[in-house]
Design a binder for this molecule. Structure first.
Ligand SMILES: C[S@@+](CC[C@H](N)C(=O)[O-])C[C@H]1O[C@@H](n2cnc3c(N)ncnc32)[C@H](O)[C@@H]1O
Length: 238
């Protein structure tokens, strides 16, 4: 990864965390010192306890699943980003489908890995035109334009317009749409495709039908990684 991308990502991670903390503080009913100690406690929690704890901090599912959260970046963490990058370096996908791109933090991790591999494309999807404009600037700053195909618009329409198989899919859109969106994406999967879905712990209730669907379907081999926000790791079997 170039130093330009590393610095850009540091800045974007910092911005994402800061704006989320500002939102949480504004909605937290208690005193500042109480908020501060809870915010510090969040980082020390086991991943599977984080979902419920977000509510304690003043954040609600509305902040992650609806237009109320639309202005927020809600970027993947640096740890999650490194995981995504490693998955690409190991699996060597030619085509990656990213569902929910925001300002492009996860997009940059994918694109940087594709640059290292010297080929491939990540199809990024985002509804918000302001976020899309910022994503384009970030991709250009990092110099990875050749590896990113941004589709601006509703992700359901974007997915229905796509053809051919994808080797990797990353789901990070509003959690209450995971199942419907995944069903629509199924025709783009092939045996060996890896599907990663974020927020399995932090949006535990909203993603339950998606998790149940994967668990019950023999076409998929799936497990939840006890890591960061909870990551569903699914391999398409047939
Ligand atoms: C959790 S954020 C994605 C964060 C991103 N992966 C990153 O690491 O920076 C989810 C994004 O999905 C977008 N989104 C929500 N519903 C959408 C839809 N129907 N079509 C396209 N994008 C949508 C939101 O605007 C938001 O930016």
């Amino acid at each position: 990864m170039t130093s330009t991308t590393t610095m850009l990502l540091q800045q974007l991670h910092e911005q994402s965390r800061t704006e989320l903390m500002i939102r949480a503080r504004a909605q937290f009913p208690g005193a500042s010192d109480e908020f501060q100690s809870l915010a510090e406690e969040y980082d020390t929690l086991a991943p599977h306890l984080r979902g419920r704890f977000l509510e304690t901090l003043g954040l609600s599912s509305e902040d992650f699943e609806s237009v109320q959260g639309a202005a927020l970046s809600l970027a993947v963490s640096a740890e999650m980003g490194r995981f995504l990058r490693n998955m690409v370096l190991a699996h060597k996908p030619r085509r990656i489908l990213e569902l929910g791109s925001s300002y492009g933090v996860s997009t940059l991790y994918f694109a940087e890995a594709l640059r290292t591999l010297d080929g491939g494309v990540v199809v990024a999807t985002e509804l918000d035109p302001v976020k899309c404009a910022r994503l384009r600037v970030h991709v250009s700053t990092a110099g990875v334009d050749a590896y990113v195909d941004l589709r601006e618009g509703d992700v359901f329409q974007t997915v229905s317009s796509l053809d051919g198989a994808f080797d990797m899919v990353f789901i990070d859109v509003w959690a209450n749409t995971y199942l419907d969106l995944f069903k629509q994406t199924e025709r783009l999967l092939r045996p060996g495709t890896i599907v990663l879905a974020d927020n399995m712990y932090t949006a535990e209730d909203a993603v339950r039908p998606f998790k149940q669907y994967l668990d019950d379907n023999p076409r998929f081999s799936t497990t939840t990684l006890d890591f960061e926000s909870g990551v569903e790791f699914t391999v398409v079997v047939s």
